[in-house]
Ligand binder design. Structure first.
Ligand code: SF4
Length: 437
C-alpha cells in the first residue's frame, strides 16, 4: 500500500502540477494537435505527477499510419519576448506565467507515458531570451527523451522559425513531426499584428524542413530495410521528422476572406509538402488591441475551411473551383451549405452526372458522395447498372445525391436541378432534421 507523501515531497509535485495547469491551458490555443479531448483516469490516491484530472494537457493526434494517439500537449513556457497581438501569451498580456525546466518536461512525459495516459508529447513554447535559446531547450527535451531515456513515443515539436538552421536540423532527428506556424493569411496582417515575425523567415524555415524531410525520405527509399527504432539507429540512418511538417493559421483575426486563406494553404501544401494546415478560429483575448475583432468568427467557418481544404487535397478540386464555390458569397465559404454543394450549385451545367458511366474525377464532384462512396460505386457498377436504390444499399445518402445524378432508373428529383430554390431545399431539410432532435 502506498504511504502518503511527506510535506516536503509533496511541494515540488504541487508546484509542478501548478505549472502543468498553466502551461497545458496556454497550449490549448494551438490547433495543430488536431482535437483536444480528455481522459478520465487519475491518480486517485492523490500522489504523483501523472494525475490528469479533466484530461489536463491531453490531446489527440494522428500518426502517419492513421493511428490516433494521445499526446501530452504543453508549452515549455508561456513567457514570451514577442508581443503578437492575437496571442494570449504575448509580452504585454497579464496572464499568469510559468516555465518548465527541460528535465521537468521529460519527467512529466515519462511519468504520463508509463501510466499509459499518453503515447507522446506535443511541445511548443513562448520565446525566452532568444529564438535559438528557446529552440535549444525544445531540442534538448526531445534529444534527452530519445537518447537518455530511449523514449520511443511520438514527439511533435513546434519549431521556432527564427532559430538557426543547425537547430532546425537537429530538431527533426528527434521529433516525429515538426511544425512552424504560418500565423496569419497575409503578410500585411502579420506585419500589422505580429511585427516581430517575418513571413520570409517563416517560409525559409519551412523550405529548410522540407529539404531535410525529402533527403531523409530519399535515403530511406534507397535503404528500404530501415526501421525506426532507437535514437542511435534513427540518427545514423538519417530519419528526419518522419511524420512530415504541418502548420497553423489563425482565422478571423484579420479581414482575409476564405479564398485568400485557401490560396495560401494550397501554396503551402504544394510548395512545402505540408501534411496538414490547421485552421484556428481567433478567440478574443483580455485587454486586446483595437486592431482585433471583439468576436470570434463562427465555428462553422473553421469547419467549412477544413471541408474546402479536403476538396483541394483529396477530391481533385483546384483554386478556381474554390473561387467558384465562394463567388456568390464574396470570397467567403457559404456557412449554410458545404463547399462541394456550393460548387455544384454554381456549376449546374456539369450535372447530372451518370453514376454508371462517369469517370472517377467526375464522381468525386457529386455532393454527398465521399471518396469511399466513389470507390464503392466504381466497384458495384462493374456488376450491374446502378439504380437509386443501389446507391442506398451502398450506404450513400440519396437525399442530397439524387438531385445531381442519373441512374439506370428514372430520377424524378432531377426536376429541381435548375431551380433557384434548390439551395433552400437543402437548408430546409437540414433545419427539419435538426428539429427532430
Ligand atoms: S511568439 Fe508565439 S507565444 Fe510569443 S506572442 Fe507570438 S504567438 Fe504568442
Amino acid at each position: 500500500m502506498k504511504q502518503p507523501q511527506s510535506q516536503s515531497h509533496q511541494q515540488p509535485y504541487q508546484k509542478l502540477q501548478h505549472k502543468l495547469a498553466i502551461l497545458a491551458d496556454a497550449a490549448k490555443y494551438d490547433a495543430s494537435c488536431a482535437s483536444s479531448g480528455s481522459i478520465k483516469r487519475d491518480s486517485s490516491n492523490g500522489t504523483g505527477i501523472g494525475s490528469t484530472s479533466g484530461g489536463m494537457g491531453i490531446c489527440h493526434s494522428y500518426t502517419p499510419d492513421g493511428r490516433c494517439v494521445s499526446l501530452l500537449k504543453i508549452l515549455l513556457t508561456n513567457f514570451c519576448i514577442y508581443d503578437c497581438q492575437y496571442c494570449v501569451n504575448r509580452l504585454s498580456s497579464a496572464v499568469e506565467r510559468a516555465r518548465f525546466q527541460v528535465d521537468e518536461v521529460i519527467k512529466l512525459t515519462l511519468d504520463f507515458y508509463k501510466r499509459n495516459y499518453i503515447e507522446g508529447l506535443f511541445l511548443s513554447s513562448g520565446i525566452i531570451q532568444s529564438s535559438d535559446y528557446t529552440m535549444e531547450q525544445l531540442v534538448s527535451v526531445a534529444k534527452d527523451l530519445r537518447e537518455k531515456h530511449d523514449f520511443r513515443g511520438y514527439i511533435h515539436l513546434k519549431t521556432i522559425p527564427e532559430a538557426s538552421p543547425e537547430l532546425l536540423q537537429q530538431a527533426g532527428l528527434y521529433a516525429d513531426r515538426l511544425s512552424i506556424n504560418i500565423e496569419l493569411p497575409s503578410k500585411a496582417a502579420l506585419s500589422n499584428l505580429a511585427p516581430e515575425k517575418n513571413p520570409q523567415t517563416i517560409h525559409q524555415s519551412m523550405a529548410q524542413l522540407k529539404e531535410h524531410i525529402d533527403e531523409s525520405k530519399e535515403y530511406r527509399a534507397k535503404k528500404s530495410d530501415i526501421i525506426i527504432s532507437d535514437a542511435k539507429s534513427r540518427k545514423s540512418k538519417y530519419i528526419y521528422s518522419p511524420a512530415g511538417q504541418s502548420t497553423q493559421m489563425i482565422v478571423g483575426a484579420d479581414d482575409s476572406v476564405d479564398t485568400k486563406i485557401l490560396t495560401l494553404s494550397n501554396h503551402l501544401y504544394k510548395r512545402y509538402d505540408m501534411r496538414r494546415v490547421y485552421y484556428s478560429a481567433f478567440s478574443p483575448i483580455p485587454f486586446a488591441s483595437k486592431n482585433l475583432p471583439t468576436k470570434s468568427p463562427p465555428l462553422m467557418r473553421e469547419h467549412r475551411l477544413y471541408q474546402a481544404d479536403w476538396l483541394l487535397r483529396f477530391y481533385g478540386f483546384d483554386l478556381n473551383d474554390i473561387h467558384s464555390a465562394a463567388a456568390p458569397t464574396h470570397g467567403m465559404l457559404d456557412l449554410d451549405i458545404d463547399p462541394k454543394l456550393a460548387w455544384a450549385l454554381a456549376n449546374r451545367d456539369v450535372f447530372p452526372i451518370n453514376v454508371n458511366k462517369a469517370p472517377k474525377e467526375l464522381l468525386l464532384r457529386i455532393p454527398g458522395v465521399g471518396v469511399r462512396g466513389v470507390e464503392k460505386i466504381i466497384q458495384a457498377r462493374q456488376f450491374k447498372a446502378l439504380r437509386l436504390d443501389d446507391l442506398k444499399k451502398l450506404r450513400i445518402s440519396i437525399k442530397k445525391v439524387a438531385h445531381f445524378v442519373e441512374t439506370a432508373d428514372p430520377n424524378t428529383e432531377l426536376k429541381h436541378l435548375d431551380s433557384v430554390l434548390l439551395k433552400q431545399l437543402f437548408i430546409d431539410s437540414k433545419t427539419e432534421q435538426l428539429a427532430l432532435f
